[in-house]
Write a protein of this length. Structure first.
Length: 378
């Protein structure tokens, strides 16, 4: 195992980190499939990862992610708290909720968290998190009190991570990416502001789907080829830990597949949309109709207009064909009909010029809508 600098925190963390979701027990809405490990088995798996050099363990607050946080606290006491780095998170956006959430996490862990993230910050809650008195201010206060060491922002959105990179209160960022969904990693690589922040990357296996097409070491090394601090892998068994960590990340492997190579491999199984999730393809439909209406008319009509996240629709389409069919279809059903209808009404179609891959976005959205309708009937 090799180690990398975690931004300007002074910490050095293992290149491969342990994601603790698979060691949980309990019904977890965000992850219906889990390993359901008891305490003894979970600690054994964690200890095996530690023996291979892993020192960063990432978890999340109870009950959203089951009891993984509690199990990690027991492991920290077992192995020696000073020997590991604990990364924790909660999906709270106001200052009061986040402050109490951290106190609850510390109680569950039985110790402090080295890094604490505002989890899954999205556009709907972005300003709430960053504003005065928001969740980020609460983490800053908790740092002063010594309850956490560093504050972080975790998000699937590049623009929000960039805002975090510009904010002095933020020490560490957590985003997602892999050799297929590499667009955000490519943008991080070329933006100097990210160099001062520690960067953790999740979804390296794309929710466990990519190992069906590529070897795990290729997936991990592909992410580690970017200027990040740590690749987080969700692990729930000794065998999975061994596969992820028991190899030399700097050994010569087969060449990391290019984006075009990835598409060629996936094309053997389905027709992929050539989207790397760079998130440059903004849907400007709301702005366009607002410009054509007076303010009052737009406010009255806005309730019927949704913001289409093009890259998210494309991801769910890919995941449907890569193996998470029911989960992806359920997600796609949330607003796809309305997005497709808005897309048909849009006459300017600026998304076509914004897409570096030159994807025929309106055509693909109609195809996804037809897919959802077809399977809904079945």
């Amino acid at each position: 195992m090799y180690y990398r600098r975690l931004g300007n925190t002074g910490l050095r963390v293992s290149e491969i980190g342990f994601g603790t979701i698979p060691i949980l027990q309990g019904s977890v809405p965000v992850l219906p499939e889990y390993f359901n490990l008891d305490d003894q088995t979970a600690i054994a798996v964690l200890e095996y990862a530690f023996s291979l050099g892993c020192n960063l363990f990432d978890t999340a607050i109870v009950p959203e992610y089951g009891d993984a946080e509690i199990k990690l606290g027991k492991f920290a006491k077992h192995i020696g708290r000073e020997r590991i780095v604990i990364s924790d998170k909660a999906r709270f956006f106001t200052g009061n909720e986040m402050y109490q959430g951290v106190l609850d996490s510390c109680a569950n862990l039985g110790t402090f968290a080295d890094i604490y993230f505002v989890h899954q910050v999205d556009r709907a809650h972005e300003d709430e998190v960053f504003q005065k008195g928001g969740a980020l201010d609460a983490l800053t206060e908790l740092k002063r009190e010594g309850r956490i060491r560093f504050a972080g922002i975790a998000s699937h959105y590049y623009d929000i991570l960039l805002r975090g990179a510009q904010d002095r209160r933020v020490d560490v960022l957590q985003g997602s990416g892999n050799i297929f969904e590499r667009g955000m990693l490519e943008r991080i690589k070329t933006e100097p502001l990210f160099q001062e922040k520690g960067i953790l990357v999740n979804k390296v296996y794309a929710a466990g789907l990519l190992p069906a097409f590529f070897k795990e070491n290729i997936l991990i090394q592909g992410v580690l080829s970017y200027p990040i601090s740590c690749a987080l892998i969700g692990l729930g068994s000794i065998a999975q830990v061994k596969t992820a960590m028991d190899w030399d990340t700097r050994a010569q492997l087969a060449a990391i597949p290019s984006f075009e190579d990835v598409l060629m491999i996936l094309e053997k199984h389905y027709l992929p949309i050539p989207c790397d999730r760079c998130q440059r393809c903004k849907c400007l439909y709301k702005e366009a109709i607002a410009a054509d209406m007076d303010k009052q008319m737009f406010m009255e009509s806005e309730a019927s207009v949704i913001e289409t996240e093009i890259h998210t629709l494309f991801r769910q389409y890919q995941y449907f064909y890569m193996g998470k069919d029911y989960w992806a279809l359920k997600k796609l059903g949330l607003g796809i009909a309305q997005s497709a209808a808005q897309c048909r009404r849009c006459t300017q179609m600026p998304c076509l010029e914004l897409c570096p891959q030159k994807i025929r976005i309106p055509d693909e959205i109609q195809r996804i809508a037809e897919l959802v309708e077809r399977y809904a009937i079945l």
